[in-house]
Every structure is written in C-alpha cells, then in structure tokens.
Design a protein around this ligand. Sequence first.
Ligand SMILES: Nc1nc2c(ncn2[C@@H]2O[C@H](COP(=O)(O)OP(=O)(O)OP(=O)(O)O)[C@@H](O)[C@H]2O)c(=O)[nH]1
Length: 442
Amino acid sequence: MLDGLKNSLGDAIKKIVKSSGIDEELIKELSKDVQRALLQSDVNVRLVLEITKHLEERALNETPPPGLSRKDHIVKILYDELSKLLGNESEFDFKPNKQNKIILLGIQGSGKTTVAAKLAKFLTRQGYKVGVVGADTYRPGALVQLRTMCEKSGVEVYGEENNKDSPSIVKNGLKHYEGEPLDVILIDTAGRHKEEQDLLDEMDRINKVADPDLALLVIDGTIGQQCFNQAEAFHKTIPVGGVIITKLDSSAKGGGALAASAATGAQIMYIGTGERIDDLEKFSPTRFVGRLLGMGDIQAVLDLAKRLEEEGDDVRMKRISSGKMNMEDFLSQLEEVSKMGSLQGILDSMPGLSGMVKGDQVDQMEGRVSKWRYIIQSMTKAEKADPEGLLNSSRIKRIARGSGWPEGEVKELLKNYKNSKSMMKASKGRQMQGTLRKMGLG
Ligand SMILES: Nc1nc2c(ncn2[C@@H]2O[C@H](COP(=O)(O)OP(=O)(O)OP(=O)(O)O)[C@@H](O)[C@H]2O)c(=O)[nH]1
C-alpha cells in the first residue's frame, strides 16, 4: 500500500540518518525530498508547502531534548508533521443499549457495498451485533452482492428486490429490526444517479428517514486530492461524521486522498486496503505514518522521544500516582512487563523475591496478561479512558464477545485494574511494586 510514497520518504530519511552532520543545506534537501514525495502522491500543493515550511522551521530552530540526537529529532519532527496532515485520532463511540444507526454514503463505484460488508464483519469481530439494510436500488445485483458477502459473517441483510424507493426501504428495514438486540445497523445506499444533485437529494431524504447516529462517507482513494471536493459536496447535504477511503492498495494517489479528506475537517475512520472482506482497517494517523516511514526504522526513535518526554515532565507517572490511571496506562504497564521477558526471569532477578513464587503461578499470570491484552483491545478509546464511568453490563457483554473471553474475565480485569489504581495511588506510583501487586504477586 502506498509503496511509491513509502519508498521516497524512506530514501529521504536514509539521507538524514547517513549524513555526517546536520546543517541548513541538508534540512532544505530533506524538505525538497518530502515535497517531491508528497506531490507525487497527489497531495495538494498548498498542504505540501505548509507541512514542509513547518518541517524546515522546526528542524532549524528547535533544540532536541537532552538525550535525543539532532538526526533523531528531525525524524521525529517529520513524523509529527505527517501525522498532523492526516488529522486527529478519534473514533465513533457506540452508545450501549441502543441500535446505533450508521449510514454509508458515496458515489457509484466508491466501494460502499463492499465497505458495508467489510464493516459488518469488522464490528461483529469487535463484539457488536450488527444488522444491515441494503438500500442501493440502482445497481442491479447490489443486494445479492451484499447478502453473499455478509452471509459468511452471519450478518442479516434486509432488502426489497422490487422496491425502487430507497427511503421507504430504509424505513421498512429499521422497522424490521425494531426490538432486535442489535448494537449497530448499517445502511448501504445507492451511488448511481444521472446527476450528482439527484444523488444528494436522495441522500437527504434517506437521512431524514434514518436519522443516523453517524454518516460515513465512502470515497475512492484513487481520485487523490479530488476527495476534497467530493467530501465537501456531501458534507453540505448531510453532516459527514467520518470518512472511509477505499482502494488504498491500488492507488498511487492515496497520500493525496487521505490528506485532502483530513483537510475538510472530516475524520478518516477506516481505510479499505483490498478487495477481500478482511481488507478494512481502523485508521489512526500516527500508526499510519509510522508504517509509511517504516516503523522498524523509526520505532526506536519514537520510543526514545516518548520516554524522554515522559521522563521530562513525568506526565504518565504523575497521572498514575495521583490515582488517575486509565486502561491505556494499565495496558502499557502490562506490555512493559511482557517486554521485559518472562515473569519468572524478572522475579528471579529481584533479591528477596526469587523462589517465592511457584512456576505454575507465574504461568497463570502470563496467560492472564495476554488474555487481558485481548480484552483491552476490544474496548473503544473512550472506554479505555474512562472504564469505571462507561463499562456497564451491556458494554462488558460486548467486550467479552469481541475478545472471545467470558464476561467474568472482563470483570476480573476491571477488578484488578481498580485495585491497581488505588494501590498506585497509595504507593505514589512505584512502578515495579505496582506491577507485581496488580498481578496478584505483590
Ligand atoms: N482494490 C480494491 N478494490 C476495492 C476496494 N473496495 C472496493 N473495491 C472494489 O471496487 C469495486 C466497486 O465496489 P462496490 O462496493 O461495488 O461499489 P459501490 O460504491 O457499492 O458501487 P455502487 O453500488 O455502484 O454505488 C468492486 O470491484 C470492489 O471489489 C479496496 O479497498 N481495494
């Protein structure tokens, strides 16, 4: 995906890394390389100039934090600026105990029907119960295509073969699902119209009938920066809550498509990366840029920069020790433990603790860490930020379904999380003690 852009950005970074020293000339060269790479990927020229201006200014004027080399600092700045180009991190927060209605919009051939089936499977895997309404009355075969694709993930598709009035199909579909224990209803709409205005008018009518919680605009990534105009046109008719860019696997203009969509202020929520049903990803600007720059190459820089940042102002530890730890912090501590190698190894290396914990107890704890990781990954961002406030029984049920573990295990995790939080507060965040204690070992 986006191989051209990836290769040219990779070459630009290599030049920096291999240089004997950083000077103004090299920074200007980096800026030119980045400009060329982005323009080739069809990123709008104004955006390109803006980002490279920031890149140059920051690279020339900012002093790297102590501990980070000038070269690494420049790589980090490039990473920051590219991430900014792709918008903020955010995701739709599904409300529990209600049918969240999502309407899919987009012009003909953008990949809407495929996205409906992909998203139905994606959300089902996250633990949501999903129903679909097929209201594409223009393209012959759209309903059959949707049913065939959804069948494999066990998702029902409501449709009417002989009804040409899509707003009425949507109305009937919602009625059909009334009272069903569904978390999400996905509504696929038509994209084929003689005039764009006719399409927008129909979307407006469907929007009024459906009263959606989220309107997701599906855009074909191969059109590059023209995504901007398309997103704007739809947004004027229906408030677009999120964008899905498809066909990023087959587009040299993908960078332009992503940047242009982000520039409209709409949030890119998912990307389509192929024709198969599993080729849909949740979109995160920072993760995406990491991949674009070759995560393996820059991960060490990012880790170091993050550590220095945290050590500098101690934000996370302050948060943890003041009892404000969230599920992300908890997970990061669990990951920290698994990164350090086996628990047995850690325990053996700690004076006073070696031999105190039996091997099978350690195995149990290690199993638990990996179980909890799955469970935490099945939570939404909002749930991770505020587990106590948000995790009611229906959300717990969904997370259990999504992670493949029983509800009891989710509750157990929550219990440990809470214990650990209050313990952290009491011990003022002394990390290792906290880690052991919260795993039942301290
Ligand atoms: N390579 C690639 N092809 C895709 C992707 N998403 C969709 N397609 C293909 O794009 C074509 C159009 O997709 P559809 O889902 O039928 O498009 P649509 O928007 O529903 O079209 P209408 O029903 O005419 O409005 C199909 O051949 C899909 O296989 C993707 O992410 N990558």
